[in-house]
Design a protein around this ligand. Structure first.
Ligand SMILES: [Zn+2]
Length: 281
């Protein structure tokens, strides 16, 4: 059994040939580029004629279709000097940010886990979390399709490889195969119940339906015991956002983004054994 928390494969990048490093860099940059274009294409403001494949990428300002050369991550941005070659409008820095973040994150993942199935799952989960985080932050939108993919990744990583299964499975006597499934059910229904009780008193929904599914997806990855901790850390992020980010007119917190930050914090705390003297996680 290999666990994402206890397993560390390599300690230096010498374990990779330069060809492998170049190949991995290209893959990570491409996923960064793909993720930012997916955020743009899935956003609810888009017309129904845009899907994840068609039409080919274009300038959002003048609608000019981009040359193949400009679609190459980093290179495309640099060749165009950060501006559309037709209308001279600045290209959003988000594309560059996304590509560089994916390159760095991918490198950290293969540094920690090497060329293993864990690297594959952790990177894929990061990819899906990234898309959901920014869609919820900007549009309060968590697409069902991405949530379902996250659930499938969560369930399969635990069912076939026990990647995120931890000692809580033994404590609760959950079979390893059902670890993700219990997390999924508990995540979905706990938020649903909180909203149900809220609705009795306030007569309106306090939490969106996408959030129930997202919390279920998080449970399918990290298991049932992780959920109260992730909800707690996520709520702290929510309070910070409420204080610092929001303008007074629209006091709505992107709960999904907060839960994703909570999940990331939970993973880092467990992986690097922070607060171990304070908490038994
Ligand atoms: Zn343009």
């Amino acid at each position: 059994m290999i666990s994402v928390y206890s397993f560390t494969h390599i300690n230096s990048l010498d374990s990779f040939t330069s060809i492998e490093l170049i190949l991995f860099s290209i893959i990570f940059l491409s996923f960064g580029s793909f993720a930012s274009s997916l955020i743009f294409r899935l956003s609810p403001n888009n017309s129904k004629n845009i899907n994840i494949v068609f039409p080919r990428s274009f300038c959002p300002n003048c609608k000019n279709t981009l040359k193949i050369l400009y679609l190459i991550p980093l290179v495309g941005y640099l060749i165009q000097k950060g501006r559309c070659q037709k209308c001279n409008k600045k290209i959003s820095l988000f594309y560059l940010f996304s590509e560089i973040l994916f390159l760095l994150t991918g490198m950290v993942i293969i540094f920690l886990y090497g060329k293993t199935v864990i690297s594959f799952f952790v990177f894929f989960i990061f990819f899906l979390f990234f898309i959901l985080f920014f869609l919820d932050l900007r549009f309060y939108y968590l697409p069902f399709s991405i949530n379902i993919m996250l659930i499938m990744v969560g369930l399969s990583s635990n069912y076939f490889f026990n990647i995120f299964v931890d000692e809580s499975a033994y404590l609760l006597s959950i079979s390893k195969g059902l670890f993700g499934f219990y997390g999924l059910v508990l995540g979905y229904f706990s938020l649903w119940l909180i909203n149900f009780i809220f609705k009795i008193f306030s007569k309106k929904d306090g939490i969106g339906g996408g959030d129930f599914i997202l919390f279920g997806s998080i449970g399918s990855i990290f298991g049932p015991i992780s959920l109260p901790i992730i909800l707690f850390i996520g709520s702290l992020f929510g309070c910070l956002m409420y204080i610092f980010l929001k303008n007074a007119s629209k006091k709505e917190i992107p709960l999904g983004s907060c839960l994703i930050l909570g999940s990331f914090a939970y993973f880092v705390i467990k992986k690097f054994e922070l607060f171990n003297h304070l908490l038994v996680l």
